[in-house]
Design a protein around this ligand. Structure first.
Ligand SMILES: [Zn+2]
Length: 232
């Protein structure tokens, strides 16, 4: 799939970001704009940039949220998403829920944001097709998978690769991952399911506890869209 549409005026809200000074962030924003999603999904006040300039090397690689470690998404640009304030208040979401990642496709991501909740395999996407179970996972089990590691969540099997051409004509491979808040004690922890065995996937989270799964769709809330671009 190739995405090379020009920016559209209706995404003007995400232009009001604190990271307008960063060329990397602006490039990633160009990709987000090319997706053509509605600006009502976004909350620029929660934008973050994790490029080398905006998030320097001495800063931590791992941060604790609600008592659980997550890996900082170095190299990714993050676009704040609107989160239901009732959910935030009811669950004390920013203080009590941990941080996890969910790699996905652009159609699944847009469907999740439009439905205002996570989808489980078998649910219908905006394009009318059912969300499928990723290879390596148990057929017939409608689980939602997350990880405290951006390196795991962004593996190709989870985070679909797209071609992107920027406004100057440069070509990139693009990926998206949701940064989420996830309710503690609502999920199971298991080893990697991509066949890596003991070969470490992430230097900070061991392979034997790198994948979380749940059937509770409302226990995971995306609050930032992370974008990565690799020049081709
Ligand atoms: Zn930056």
């Amino acid at each position: 799939m190739s995405i090379s549409r020009a920016p559209t005026p209706r995404v003007k809200a995400i232009v009001l970001s604190a990271f307008n000074h960063c060329r990397w962030f602006k490039l990633c924003r160009e990709y987000v704009q090319a997706l053509g999603w509605k600006d009502c999904f976004f909350r620029p006040a929660h934008d973050r940039c994790y490029c080398r300039k905006c998030y320097s090397l001495p800063l931590p690689d791992v941060i604790s949220a609600a008592g659980e470690d997550y890996v900082v998404p170095r190299g990714w640009a993050g676009f704040g998403l609107q989160v239901d304030t009732t959910l935030v208040d009811y669950h004390n979401l920013w203080e009590e829920w941990i941080v996890t990642y969910h790699g996905t496709s652009t159609i699944a991501a847009e469907s999740i944001l439009a439905h205002r909740q996570f989808l489980l395999p078998g649910d219908t996407l905006l394009n009318g097709k059912p969300l499928s179970i990723r290879p390596g996972h148990i057929p017939g089990k409608a689980h939602l998978y997350t990880s405290p590691s951006i390196l795991y969540a962004s593996l190709n099997v989870y985070s679909v690769r797209y071609n992107f051409t920027d406004s100057s004509g440069k070509k990139y491979e693009a990926k998206i991952v949701f940064q989420c808040r996830q309710k503690p004690k609502t999920f199971c922890v298991q080893a990697e399911t991509v066949g890596r065995g003991k070969d470490p996937i992430c230097p900070f989270i061991s392979n034997d506890k790198i994948e979380y799964y749940t059937v509770n769709r409302s226990s995971v809330v995306p609050y930032r869209l992370l974008v990565s671009l690799k020049e081709l």
